[in-house]
Design a protein around this ligand. Structure first.
Ligand code: SF4
Length: 304
């Protein structure tokens, strides 16, 4: 799932974390509970995160042991369910997991999870209502692109219609929706079309949060192979910034926090849409027209 930050959960050393554990930047203060290992999809061409990690749903017993370890930490108010796409866990397991979280942390305020379109649409509206009642407060959905051709190329496993339907199903259950988009994923040639289509789909989704990340070509991925063969050309910094501007310009949402503060991005933004859209576009324009590279994150500080 794009839109994540690497985490070494040193403060919870007794919990049995397996492999790389990632979470969205906004879950930095949350207790991370691994309910799955790896990603049930694991085919996105740009994503290195869970390659080599065989997907499985952890047993209730393993999860209960982790929660017993974590129970001595006071003040846990948020829990994030990892790994990638943990919403794939069927209701019959997810409900007891959430009930156990609630029993362990009486002050819990919100439970968050990654969910792709497939795992969301596998849950009925009634199941999502139930999960919301139990405390599921936010779902992070990786759209990456609103361009149907790009979604197929990157093997996202869902088309635009499924993405929009999944977004609406989450919102209809009253669960907050955070959508991630990937700047640069269409390459230099498809950049503007990808940006326009992505803004259009974001407008249809009308999420509570949008997180923009910038693609990084990671060795060992299919994207890296395409890059090496010349089939995929990464836009340059100016191209990436222009693309970010077009995504923003085409995003017509009613009340949303838009961030591009993930370490992969050159220009960190944190703005409310629609109120601060013009201001953000003006900053992007200044960077491009006046070559204000001082406003950009240096290359050596970028990362996934
Ligand atoms: S859904 Fe795709 S991007 Fe997300 S973790 Fe799985 S392979 Fe990676």
């Amino acid at each position: 799932m794009a839109g994540t930050a690497a985490l070494r959960p040193l403060s919870y050393i007794d919990m049995k974390y397996e492999g790389i554990v990632i979470r969205p930047p906004s879950e930095a203060g949350s207790l991370i509970l691994q309910v799955t290992l790896g990603c049930s999809h694991n085919r996105c061409t740009f994503c290195p995160t869970y390659k080599g990690k065989r997907f499985r749903i952890r047993s209730l017993e393993e999860i209960r042991e982790d929660l017993a370890c974590a129970s001595r930490y006071r003040g846990v108010k948020r829990v994030f369910l990892a790994d990638g796409d943990a919403l794939i866990v069927p209701r019959r397991m997810l409900v007891p997991i959430i009930e156990q979280i609630n029993a362990t942390f009486p002050d819990i305020e919100r439970i968050g999870v990654y969910g792709n379109a497939k795992s969301i649409l596998k849950k009925s509206p009634e199941e999502l209502d139930e999960l919301k009642r139990l405390g599921l407060g936010i779902v992070y959905l990786g759209l990456e692109s609103g361009d149907p051709q790009v979604l197929a190329e990157i093997q996202k496993g869902a088309d635009v219609n499924a993405m929009v339907e999944a977004a609406h199903r989450i919102q209809e259950a009253g669960i907050l929706l955070s959508v991630t988009v990937l700047v640069g994923i269409a390459g230099a040639q498809g950049s503007i079309r990808h940006a326009e289509q992505t803004g259009k789909v974001l407008s249809q989704m009308n999420p509570d949060y949008i997180g923009a990340l910038t693609v990084m070509v990671v060795p060992g991925t299919v994207l890296a192979q395409r890059h090496e063969s010349g089939d995929y050309i990464l836009p340059d910094t100016r191209g990436l910034l222009a693309e970010l501007g077009v995504i923003l310009a085409h995003s017509d949402v009613t009340d949303c926090l838009f961030t591009s503060n993930h370490a992969s991005n050159y220009l960190p933004l944190r703005i409310r849409l629609p109120q601060e859209k013009e201001q953000a576009l003006s900053i992007i324009g200044q960077v491009l027209s006046a070559n204000r590279t001082d406003l950009l994150r240096p290359e050596h500080l970028r990362g996934l």
